[in-house]
Design a protein around this ligand. Sequence first.
Ligand code: MLT
Length: 262
Amino acid sequence: MKKTIGGLSVLLEGNQKNRAIIFLHGFPYDHTMWKAQIAAFSEAYYCVAYDIRGLGDSSVGDGQFTMELFVDDLEMMLHELKIEKPIICAFSMGGYIALRALERMEKKFSAVILCDTLSNADDNETKINRSDSIKRINAQGLSSFSKIFVARCFSDAYKKEHKDAIEKRIAKSRKFNSIGIKGGLLAMLTRNDTTPYLSSIKLPTLVLCGEHDTITPPIRVKAMAEQIPEASFVLIKNAGHMSVIENPEDCNEAIRIFLENN
Ligand code: MLT
């Protein structure tokens, strides 16, 4: 079932009496990136996957987004849906939101799954690259930005074997509102570093990363996981940054084992 809550487009799958999993997608994607996970977990869990503000079918507004606003949206969603102590399952930019949400209100969650994400803020080079992207989108629209950005996210092997799927992802991202895309870039480039908070996370945590991820490389993601007291790290074979799409079987197996034990 789909609903709009506070301007956000939300997919709700499964029985709401079950323990809830909130899925937070990456950039520049929408909730559909969690298709394989929702299919696997909606029988036993209440799966809530919404489009982050500015992306997918969610409202774009003025595009003046910050990570704090994205966390406010998550808090609003929990409140409106009356969900208590969900598991949060977050990918890349969704992970930036999740880590800041935990820093602000850890007690509202019961477990954390972080996929291909990092706690640090952007370094100077990344900030300049994001600013250049905004300039390029203003000059040329989303066409080349979406193509380059989406292609970078997938491993070479996946790109070779799934040309149509990649083209579809690029086409979808090109249809997003450029104000929302630029807002996402601004929110990422102005976000806080949540690294100092990692050592105080008390929740059971699973950290996944694709072995060929070049955006959030496994060596750095593993180092982040090592700073979280109750975290386990799983390297996902045959996958780049988009591990949950490229190798859903191994990701889902790691998530299933984690959830059974937590
Ligand atoms: C994402 O997958 O959400 C983005 O690649 C994150 C980023 O650009 O930092």
